[in-house]
Design a protein around this ligand. Structure first.
Ligand code: DAT
Ligand code: MG
Length: 151
């Protein structure tokens, strides 16, 4: 079982696509274990995107992610990180599979609607950044045996 941090970014909130984005992860079979609505502060954005500091797009990225509220989620399931990355599509919407969230709803790399952790270490770091341990809910879903092979 793996957990990943997903963010419906400011453009998703402003465009009314939050429900659609949640629905993609929900229908894929991932299990929701945490969710909150907040506006990311510049300090939190700097920690979340620390790996991108110094890159040409960094200032624009921080301005964008702090520009309006976001919906932050924790989803879990077997291989949840990769499953979520696949559902999101490639970073650049033009290169994202047409059925993916970014491929279907995006055109600009700097307005690509959704964030997802890119590996187990990143996921642990990012989940810790946005959630207190008690905010992540351990629960058994009625459909689990029909979605997870080994649950
Ligand atoms: P991802 O969000 O797919 O994990 P990333 O971690 O490489 O992609 O970059 C974080 C975000 O920064 C990405 O969602 C959009 C923005 N970004 C990345 N590369 C960019 C570029 N070359 N120009 C503009 N924005 C970029
Ligand atoms: Mg990334």
């Amino acid at each position: 079982m793996e957990r990943t941090l997903i963010i419906a970014k400011p453009d998703a909130v402003q465009r009314g696509l939050v429900g659609e984005i949640i629905s993609r992860f929900e229908r894929a079979g991932l299990r929701l274990v945490g969710m909150k609505f907040l506006q990311i502060t510049p300090a939190l954005a700097a920690r979340h995107y620390a790996v991108h500091q110094g890159k040409p797009f960094y200032a624009g990225l921080i301005a964008y992610i702090t520009s309006a509220p976001v919906v932050v989620m924790a989803w879990e399931g077997p291989g949840a990180i990769q499953v979520a990355r696949k559902l999101m599509g490639a970073t650049r919407p033009a290169e994202a599979d047409p059925g993916s969230i970014r491929g279907m709803y995006g055109v600009s790399v700097g307005r690509n609607l959704v964030h997802g952790s890119d590996g187990p270490e990143t996921a642990a770091f990012e989940l810790d950044l946005f959630f207190e341990p008690a905010e992540l809910v351990e629960w058994a879903r009625a459909a689990d045996p029909w979605v997870f092979e080994d649950n």
